[in-house]
Design a protein around this ligand. Sequence first.
Ligand code: MOS
Length: 722
Amino acid sequence: MMKFDTPAGPNPTDKLKVLDKPYDRIDGPLKVSGQAPYAYEYQDAAPNAAYGVVVTSTIGKGRIDTIDTSDAERAPGVLMVMTHLNAPKQNDRGSPQLQGAEIKQYGQAVALVVANTFEQATAAAQMLHIGYSQEKGRFSLDLLKDGELSQRAGNVDMGDFAGAFAGAPAKVDVTYTTPNQSHAMMEPHASTAVWHGDKLTLYLAHQVMHWVTSGVAGTIGIPEANIRAVSAYVGGGFGSKLVIYADAILASLAARKLGRPVKIALTRGQIFNHTTHRAQTMQHLRLAAGRDGKLVAVGHATYTGDQPGGGGEHASGQTKLLYAGKNRLIQTYLAELDLPKAGAMRAPGEAVGLLALENAMDELAEQLDMDPVELRVVNDIQYDPEVGPDRPFSERKLVQCLRTGAERFGWSKRNPKPGQVRDGQWLVGMGVSAGIRGNPVTASGTRVTLRPDGTVLVESAMTDIGTGSYTINAQTAAEMLGVPMAAVEVRLGDSALPRASGSGGSWGANSSTSGTYAACWLLRRMLAEKAGFDPEQAQFADGAIAAGDKRVALKSLVGGSPVTAVDSIEFGDLTKKYAQASFGAHFAEVGVDMHTGEPRVRRLLSVCSIGRVLNPKTARSQCLGGMTMGVGSALMEDLIVDPRFGYFVNHDMAEYQVPVHADIPDLDVVFLEGEDNKSSPMKARGVGELGICGVGAAVTNAIYNACGVRVRDYPATMDKIL
Ligand code: MOS
């Protein structure tokens, strides 16, 4: 195990012969040619699989009184019907399914029908007769704001907020709301379960392999060693696939019962209501500044909701770190709701926290008659505002992001007075936002093998959810071992491989490549010793190891059998000494139709500071996706709740609006040069979620600048603008 607990010095990744280069994703051709198998597509590994269809609750709260399965059981091809009356007992820790008559949310699994074909299972699933008694549920935050609330941990009450706010010459006191949102990833949640004796292999769509093995084993009560989870390719996750749902548990149980593989995919409609979503927020912003624009009071209270035990959306978190200000009151309040469970969705916290904070900053800039870029610049702070200079940021280039972006975007042409710029029927405006996203890292392991033909095999339980994990781990090994990219093969997404970080929270790239770095160091030492070189002095380049004027081809060291190194990285407490976050500045130009109020994004620029860029193409693609999702959060995304049953009505891709190609202009992304040696030996930081953090606020600030309408209730649809 390699422990990372002091800032990284010079190391072999600094060569940047392979890292920092825009390699195409090595999994790309497999995906676009249909050769990359997804969880529902393992035909050979799951011979003669039966098809399961989940039946879900049509009420939001109450009980199942009666459930008549006789018609379904008699239907053609049906192999089994599982309900709470006959489901195996499961453990509460984990994700138990069908464990009683109580209904806690709409979309909860109430039955599983398994048949020889998907069509037979689907038809039989319609033949269940379920009688419910419905209770009144709590489905809206509006009803609860003055009701019973708990405070989330981590709230800040520093200095004299009330006094400073009252006495300041410029202030805003505004409330923003953000709706429930859905991940809406392309690949549905799906599982294929195959038992061999008492050993289960579960092919599923998930972001973290060891969370599956512990979660599923814990739920169904088998030893964790008896389950292998495989997510070799994942068609998007966005946080939704950090969680185990009915497909995984019920496929496992049904396959065991039937002695036959079972596959289950949730339908698109089930995904919206059975799986997690991003919770609605109400955010009360109170910002006050002196005439110089310096914040004297920073107040951000978020009201959010979730089922009992859930965390809702922690939208005030980023406000702790983003700006200076001695008097701070930063809180998140949590209400209990009976909606589907909330969960992490891309940049949980920041993504919607910044929608509110960065619009409020725009409102404050206007009050101060100050340029919004300058307001952010004067409130920059190079250390954690709560702790003081003893906890500096590992690397914080927010000001450079803002300045670089302003220059490149042509910010100086912006007219600060709204409604002044016209292009035909369009009123045109510009907006800016700061971006921040935390930089978590977590333990991660890799196995690296030098094979007799001189090629390198990199294996890890790390996942690639469409982000580029295969590619950057190949680049890391190629750089560390001095071999070309074409000589590296990568296998991921299998819990039988060394335990790894998985993908989530923007920790995947930095953590998993650091694990590969650790394993490559071990392999370098083993190979150097074989060659009779001092491991510290040996250079790895061009498929050879060299020291002084001696040079030995790697291939010649392997002989007939491969050389394998397994190691992992663990991260110490450098995050205690250094605040760590990725930063960005987002600029938007938006046109608003004078007659209809329709907003259209015309230009977007994100300038990002993420330490070292491991691969500028995959990193840029993450930003493009994040920016697109940021536009969606600003203008479109909104799960509509039916207050009678507590469900999300627009539960498909036609009615849950996300941007399509025609909604998105050419996007411009710039990465600042940088290195963060306190973050990891790779000197990189997370980027997967930074792209969404602040983009939506830049868009709505641009709408205000275009037409003078400040929408404080997201999304900013045309009915609210007109
Ligand atoms: Mo992320 S929302 O932690 O996949």
